[in-house]
Write a protein that binds this ligand. Structure first.
Ligand SMILES: Nc1ncnc2c1ncn2[C@@H]1O[C@H](COP(=O)(O)OP(=O)(O)OP(=O)(O)O)[C@@H](O)[C@H]1O
Length: 579
C-alpha cells in the first residue's frame, strides 16, 4: 500500500470545518475557563498591595466573592467543555468507523485475499480513535492555552519587561525543541497502528484456526509469534514514551531554571524598591499561566500527532479504489434479464506474467447448467469468480446478455446473482435470519417455500425453536450437510437468475447427500448455473461439462457424449470415485 499522508488542509476541510460550531463553543468555553483562572493571581496582588495594606475589610469580602465566582465559572466551563467536545469527538469516531467500514467492504475481493481480516478490524475500530484528540479537548486546549499564554505574557510585560524577557529565552528553546520532537514521533505512531493491525490480524487468524494449531501441536510456535508481536508493540510504545519523557522533563528543567532566575531577579528588585511584593506574587502566578500551556503542549502535541498518524493510515485505505469506482461501470443491468453468460477469449492472471487461465471461450445459455470439472489448480474457481465479477479478465470479455460485464454497475448485476460456496458463511443468529440475509424483505410464503425446497425443515422441525434456533458460537452447532442446506435456502429465497455454485467436496451420508441433491436441483432449475461440480448427479444433470486442465478447456460436452469420447473426462470418471 502506498504511504499516504493526510494533509493539514484536508483535515481542516473534512474534520475541523464541519464541526466549527462545536469547536467555536469549545473555544469560547475555554477562554471563559482560562480568563476566570487569571482572576486568582490578579486578586492576590490586589490583596497584598491594597487590601491588606489599607486594612479594607469591605474590599476583602468583595475580593473573596469575586474569586469564588471565578472559580465556579472555571468549574462550570470545564464541565461543559468536556460534555460538548468529547461527545462530538465520539460522534466523529462513530461516523468515521462507519465510513471506513463502508469503503473497505466496497473493495475488490482480491484486496481481502491479501489482507488479514483482523488487520481490517483494527483499521476500522482503532485507527480512527485518535481523532478524538482533534475534535475533543486537545485542539481547543491548545488554542485556549495559547490565548492564555499570550494574555499572561502581556500582563507579565506590564509587571516587568526585563523579567519577562529573561523567561522567554528558555521557553522559546523548549518550544522549538518540542516542535522538532513531534515531527519525529509521528512515524512512531504510524508504525504503532501498523504493528497493532498485524498483531490483531494474526491473533484473529490463530483463534479461528485453533483446530489446526492444536492438531499440529503448534501452540508454542503460535505463542512465540504473538509474543514477538506484543514485544514489537511494546518497543514502539517505549520509543514514543522516551521521546515524550525527554520533552516533559526538559521542559520542567528549563522552566525550573527560569523560575530560579526570577526568584533572584525579583528578590533583588524588591529590595531595590523597584517591585512590590504583590507584583512579584502575581508575576510568579501569571508565569504559571504562561508556561503551563507550553508544557501541556508536549502532551497535547503527542495526542495530535497520534490523531494524524491514525488519519494517515485511514487515508491510505480510503484512497484504494473500490470495485465500483471504475469509470467504465455505468451500465445498469435491467430488472428483467435472460441470463446468458458468454466467455470470449478470456485470459486471467493473478500476478503479472503468470497467466492461470488461457483463452477461455464458452457460452452458458440462460437457464442451463454448466459444470466445471478438472484437476486441482486447473482454474475452476477462477472461472467462477470471473463470472461473479469478483475478478476482471486480463484479456477477453465476459458478456451477460450481450452486455460486457466489465461495464456493468456491479450492484445492478449482482442483484441477479446467487452464490453458494464450499465453506458458506453463516453468522451468529437464528436460522431464519441466516436464510433471510440474502432477501430481508421476503414474504413468509417465500421463506416457507425456500425452507421446504432446501429441506431445511427436515432438521429444524426437530428443534424446539424451529427456524428461530440460534446457530453459531452461542447456539446449536450444525452438521456440514445442514449448513449447506441453509446456504441453498438462502440462494433460493434470493431468487437470482444466475447461480454460482461451488459444491462441497466433503462426503455426506447417503441420506443427507440425497437431500442436498434434491435441493440443488430445485435451486438450479430454470437458472443459469455455473457449478464447480463434485457430485456425479450434478454432472449428469449438466447441459454442458467443461473439462479443465492447466487453465484451458480441453473437452466440452454432456456426460454421455464425453464418456463416449473416451478422452480425459472418461479417465477422470473411470479412475476417480469422485470428480
Ligand atoms: N489469489 C490468488 N493469487 C495468485 N494465484 C492464485 C490465486 N488463486 C488461485 N491462484 C492460482 O490460479 C490457479 C487456478 O486456481 P483455481 O483456484 O482457479 O483452481 P481450481 O481448479 O479451482 O482448484 P481447486 O479444485 O483446487 O479449488 C492455480 O495455479 C492457483 O495457484
Amino acid at each position: 500500500m502506498a504511504k499516504q499522508r493526510i494533509s493539514l488542509q484536508k483535515v481542516f476541510k473534512e474534520i475541523i470545518w464541519p464541526r466549527r460550531k462545536y469547536l467555536l463553543i469549545g473555544l469560547i468555553l475555554i477562554i471563559i475557563n482560562r480568563l476566570s483562572g487569571l482572576v486568582l493571581p490578579g486578586a492576590s496582588k490586589y490583596l497584598m498591595d491594597d487590601v491588606i495594606v489599607n486594612e479594607d475589610y469591605e474590599q476583602l469580602k468583595l475580593l473573596v466573592a469575586v474569586v469564588i465566582s471565578s472559580i465556579f465559572m472555571q468549574a462550570l466551563s470545564s464541565f461543559m467543555l468536556t460534555k460538548v467536545l468529547s461527545i462530538e469527538a465520539q460522534r466523529l469516531i462513530s461516523e468515521l468507523r462507519a465510513k471506513v467500514q463502508k469503503h473497505i467492504i466496497s473493495l475488490p475481493v482480491s484486496f481481502f485475499d491479501n489482507t488479514k481480516s483482523g488487520e481490517l478490524v483494527s483499521r476500522i475500530m482503532s485507527d480512527v480513535e485518535g481523532v478524538r484528540n482533534l475534535v475533543g479537548t486537545g485542539l481547543v486546549q491548545l488554542i485556549g492555552g495559547t490565548i492564555t499564554a499570550v494574555i499572561s505574557t502581556i500582563l507579565l510585560v506590564k509587571i516587568s519587561l526585563s523579567m519577562t524577557l529573561f523567561v522567554l529565552v528558555p521557553v522559546s528553546i523548549f518550544g522549538i525543541v518540542s516542535m522538532k520532537a513531534f515531527k519525529s514521533i509521528r512515524p512512531i505512531f504510524r508504525k504503532r497502528g501498523q504493528i497493532k493491525a498485524e498483531v490483531t490480524g494474526r491473533l484473529t487468524e490463530s483463534l479461528n484456526g485453533v483446530r489446526v494449531i492444536k492438531g499440529f501441536n503448534a501452540e508454542q510456535e503460535e505463542n512465540r509469534i504473538f509474543e514477538d508481536g506484543v514485544q514489537k508493540l511494546f518497543n514502539n510504545i517505549k520509543k514514543s514514551m522516551t521521546a515524550t519523557a525527554i520533552m516533559t522533563s526538559s521542559s520542567a528543567f528549563l522552566l525550573g531554571l527560569a523560575s530560579t532566575g526570577i526568584m533572584g531577579i525579583g528578590g533583588y528588585k524588591i529590595m531595590q524598591g523597584e517591585l512590590t511584593v504583590g507584583d512579584f506574587l502575581s508575576f510568579t502566578l501569571y508565569l504559571g499561566f504562561m508556561v503551563a500551556p507550553i508544557v501541556q503542549m508536549s502532551n497535547i502535541g503527542s495526542q495530535l500527532t497520534e490523531a494524524f498518524a491514525g488519519l494517515d493510515r485511514t487515508e491510505e485505505i480510503m484512497n484504494q479504489a473500490g470495485e465500483q469506482d471504475d469509470p467504465l461501470r455505468t451500465e445498469i443491468v435491467p430488472q428483467n434479464i435472460k441470463g446468458d453468460i458468454k466467455f470470449e477469449n478470456v485470459s486471467f492472471e493473478y500476478e503479472e506474467d503468470k497467466e492461470v487461465l488461457h483463452n477461455i471461450s464458452f457460452e452458458a445459455k440462460a437457464g442451463s447448467i454448466t459444470a466445471l470439472v478438472g484437476s486441482s489448480g486447473s482454474g475452476k474457481t477462477t472461472i467462477a469468480s470471473l463470472a461473479a465479477s469478483f475478478l476482471n479478465p486480463s484479456k477477453g470479455q465476459i458478456y451477460l446478455d450481450h452486455q460486457d460485464l466489465r461495464t456493468v454497475h456491479l450492484s445492478s448485476f449482482r442483484q441477479h446473482l446467487g452464490v453458494v460456496l464450499q465453506d458458506d458463511f453463516l453468522f451468529e443468529g437464528s436460522i431464519k435470519e441466516n436464510i433471510l440475509f440474502s432477501n430481508p424483505t421476503a414474504t413468509d410464503i417465500e421463506l416457507e417455500n425456500a425452507i421446504k425446497n432446501a429441506y431445511v425443515d427436515e432438521f429444524t422441525n426437530r428443534f424446539d425453536e424451529g427456524i428461530h434456533t440460534i446457530i453459531g458460537e452461542r447456539g446449536v452447532k450444525l452438521s456440514g450437510g445442514q449448513r449447506q442446506r441453509i446456504a441453498i435456502a438462502r440462494a433460493i429465497i434470493a431468487d437470482p437468475q444466475i447461480i454460482i455454485l461451488d459444491e462441497a467436496t466433503s462426503s455426506l451420508d447417503t441420506e443427507s447427500e440425497a437431500l442436498i441433491q434434491e435441493s440443488l436441483s430445485k435451486l438450479m432449475k430454470g437458472r443459469t448455473t455455473i457449478v464447480i461440480a463434485h457430485r456425479l448427479s450434478t454432472i449428469q444433470q449438466a447441459d454442458q461439462i467443461l473439462v479443465m486442465d492447466k487453465g484451458e478447456i480441453i473437452e466440452t460436452g454432456t456426460h454421455d457424449v464425453l464418456l463416449e469420447k473416451k478422452g480425459r473426462y472418461y479417465k477422470l470418471y473411470k479412475y476417480q470415485a469422485r470428480i
